[in-house]
Design a protein around this ligand. Sequence first.
Ligand code: MLT
Length: 411
Amino acid sequence: MALVNEHYLKLKAGYLFPEITRRVKAFTDANPEVEIIRLGIGDVTQPLPPAVIDSLHQAVSEMGKPETFRGYGPEQGYQFLIDLILANDYEARSVRLDSDEVFVSDGSKCDSGNMQEIFAADNVIAVADPAYPVYVDTNVMAGRTGEADAQGRYHGLYYMPCTEANDFLPELPDRKVDIIYLCFPNNPTGVVANPQVLQAWVDYALENQAIILFDAAYEAYITEEQIPHSIYEIPGAKECAIEFRSFSKTAGFTGTRCAYTVVPKGLVARTASGEPVSINQLWNRRHTTKFNGVSYPVQVAAAAVYSDEGKFQVRELIRYYMENARIIRETLTSAGFTVYGGLNAPYIWMKTSGGMSSWEFFDQLLAEAHVVGTPGSGFGPSGEGYFRLSAFGNRENIEEAVARIRNKISP
Ligand code: MLT
């Protein structure tokens, strides 16, 4: 008899974004004439930069000729892409990494979700609350938690509430934890961490032999000079942190799929008997067993992001979305809403009207303004009473959406 992994049964409802899609579909089925504006899931809307498209075409053509056709590539990624990553994303910021510390993959969602597999079941996991749901759900699936309580807090996880009172920055744990998920610029709140904040986390991790899983998928949206783009800009981080980076939000690759994860060779965790084990080697073992690499054309396309034209075009793309963020932030603020984020991140984190719950506000916005956002409570119990708007829409939609919210919804 086949038995299921019962840990999956602890998961609350569906994954957040499919649940939003379900509710929106129910609404549009009942109101087919209504034009909905979707600022829910953080999915890009602008086409891939021309430099990326040119390279993609070229690489696809290579695949059609016997002399340039390629089969399996290295699971960890082609050297040409890894070299560009090292030079542009790290050496340019005075961070030295080796080629075999970079693992190219098809997404940071997969990598940040899969990484927990190489760690023992009895690690204490710390997550910010609210947080990208993948961190929590994958640990639930792996059996590292008990059931969720009425607020949706899973027994056994260490939650770090991020609220107005602490400027949405998680506080250092008051006990020993083993694995810490951090995301800066933050999804969903849009806040960033300065070097002092990150240094405190690195110091905590080194002192407690903990490992930080640092999600930097939105680093390209940092506008303030003093904010680190990589955790490895912080002394000691190479001994305690793994970093996730993605081309999705940086260069419009959400549907094209390319990302990478950095696992430094200095990073060790221990067996129960105290023997040190290289995390880089374990991840390499997992990656090469379960993954066959990102397709050649997509890696060539990702490499184009680092060409002069590619860099220019990507900067323009980011400028476009950040102007959207400014429009949302300023319009809603002047309409009387309390609004955070949107300065170094493509997300706006707003308070719901009059103490409404996040899902009530979602339903009201959908029904009255015909705008879709993401309920803050979907990111964790401390997100209750908040709502996330994505700045990844096209300009016309963004302007129309905020006008509708201003006209139809009272703060
Ligand atoms: C989000 O909306 O939080 C993101 O688009 C989800 C993701 O990147 O997987």
